[in-house]
Design a protein around this ligand. Structure first.
Ligand SMILES: *[C@@H]1O[C@H](CO)[C@@H](O)[C@H](O)[C@H]1NC(C)=O
Ligand SMILES: *[C@@H]1O[C@H](CO)[C@@H](O)[C@H](O)[C@H]1NC(C)=O
Ligand SMILES: *[C@@H]1O[C@H](CO)[C@@H](O)[C@H](O)[C@H]1NC(C)=O
Length: 420
């Protein structure tokens, strides 16, 4: 029966957005969760029976669109009488937490090469890799009714009812199967009026791609940013091949609808019939005025990279013997040390410790050249600026290309900014 109902909705190809009740007026829409006119203590929350539930299915697979939609709903919708669970999936992307450092969490060169998007979300927590093989779920409720345990327990029940899969919720609020293999990641945003909890379920995500995208590298970064804890992960499809992103979405969706809004009980078919059901959501600016702007912001370099908490990088590179001053003998290893402070994703301070061997062979690391790095993005953009500055300096003499000492130093900077 449940399956039939679901199929009917899918077959009709309907694209409806129902039940979007904005907070009473357009003024509230703008002032959103910072709305001062609506005092929390004045708010009377309804009894459980008065709350209906919907499952929204986002029709977009673009990470920035989906994050924007989530943010839009969080800011503009009223969930007092209407709880919403939204499900979606994304094209390959890496999503970092609000307070994280992308250079530390992901292999940025790899992402660029493979066209994998990097996004920073509004909620805290660690980094997750997404592709079409995982299902993302967001639970929206009024702030006071935020209940992470309820949501996770509901997913656990869906796994068991739908597929007979036994799972456990551990102390870190991860859903684990078998011997502690993680199948979910979880994060939340608690506002004044509204809260959401999102989690991602691994169905058949490409684990090789996942570990490449998140590979730990030599980076020399020191930071107070939140670091992710890496855990062993499992795909649900490996546990039971009947689990697909679609079947899981259906199973979790029905579990959500058959469970009363505040208690983990089984309301069965009767309760499902009372809910608002499954709804396709088309995240466009027509349906959600202002969505495009939110998306643009989430997509910007300033948000994804520029919001990184201040960090320092310190790397040491041995100088190859060929470029040291000939006819001199150095007992200690000749090393070039690069120290950099990066603030808002921009290079702020650079200290270069040049070993005697490099100075005596004619490299001076002129301050004027290094100064060109200041204010540049912590990307190859900085490297280009450095090379240009080195060349410009040479233009005064007759040299038209970088000498091998310059090249060596440039290469070291390359390794720093590309965290190779
Ligand atoms: C990061 O990605 C680059 C480019 O694809 C690759 O050459 C490098 O080996 C990767 N690093 C790690 C640690 O996997
Ligand atoms: C999906 O859930 C994960 C885990 O909580 C979260 O990191 C990610 O940002 C979510 N995806 C979106 C598009 O919100
Ligand atoms: C560079 O950073 C390292 C590690 O933080 C530190 O030990 C060293 O003193 C710094 N060197 C300079 C020249 O700032």
């Amino acid at each position: 029966m449940a399956q039939t109902m679901m199929r009917k909705i899918v077959m009709s190809g309907a694209c409806v957005v129902l039940g979007i009740t904005r907070r009473s007026s357009s003024r509230c829409l703008v002032t959103s969760s910072n709305n001062v006119t609506m005092k929390k203590k004045d708010r009377v929350l309804p009894e459980e029976e008065e709350i209906t539930k919907s499952v929204f299915m986002s029709q977009s697979t673009d990470i920035y669109t989906n994050l924007a939609l989530e943010d839009w709903m969080y800011r503009n919708m009223d969930f007092t009488n209407h709880h919403v669970m939204m499900v979606w999936r994304n094209e390959p992307s890496v999503v970092i937490g609000r307070h994280q450092n992308p250079w530390l969490e992901a292999n940025i060169s790899h992402l660029t090469e493979k066209d994998i998007s990097l996004a920073r979300r509004n909620s805290g927590g660690g980094t997750v890799y997404h592709d079409r093989g995982n299902l993302n779920i967001t639970f929206f409720t009024p702030r006071e009714r935020y209940d992470r345990k309820y949501n996770l327990e509901l997913i656990k029940r869906a796994l068991f009812r739908g597929f007979g899969i036994k799972s456990v919720i551990n102390k870190r609020d991860d859903i684990v199967v078998r011997d502690n293999y993680k199948i979910s990641g979880t994060a939340a945003k608690l506002g004044r009026l509204t809260a959401y909890h999102h989690c991602t379920l691994l169905v058949n995500a490409n684990k090789a791609d996942l570990s490449k995208a998140l590979a730990k590298r030599e980076h020399g970064i020191q930071t107070k940013a939140t670091e992710s804890t890496r855990s062993a992960v499992a795909n649900l499809a490996d546990i039971d091949h009947k689990v697909t992103v679609d079947s899981l979405q259906t199973a979790v969706g029905y579990e959500y609808l058959r469970t009363p809004a505040l208690h983990l009980e089984d309301g069965g078919q009767g309760l499902i019939m009372k809910q608002r059901g499954f709804q396709f959501v088309n995240p466009t600016d027509n349906w959600f005025p202002g969505l495009a702007e939110l998306k643009q912001e989430l997509q910007s370099w300033d948000w994804c990279f520029g919001r990184t908490p201040v960090f320092t990088v310190s790397r040491t590179f041995p100088v190859p013997a060929e470029i040291l001053a000939p006819s001199k003998v150095y007992t200690a290893t000749q090393e070039l040390v690069i120290n950099m402070t990066v603030e808002k994703g921009l290079i702020d301070d650079v200290t270069l410790s040049i070993p005697p061997g490099l100075i005596e062979s004619g490299f001076h690391g002129e301050a004027s050249v290094i100064t060109h790095l200041k204010g540049k993005r912590f990307t190859s953009e900085a490297l280009n600026a450095l090379q240009d500055a080195m060349l410009t300096r040479h233009l005064n003499s007759d040299v038209k290309k970088l000498d091998e000492k310059d090249q060596f130093v440039a290469k070291c900077f390359d390794q720093v900014v590309n965290t190779i």
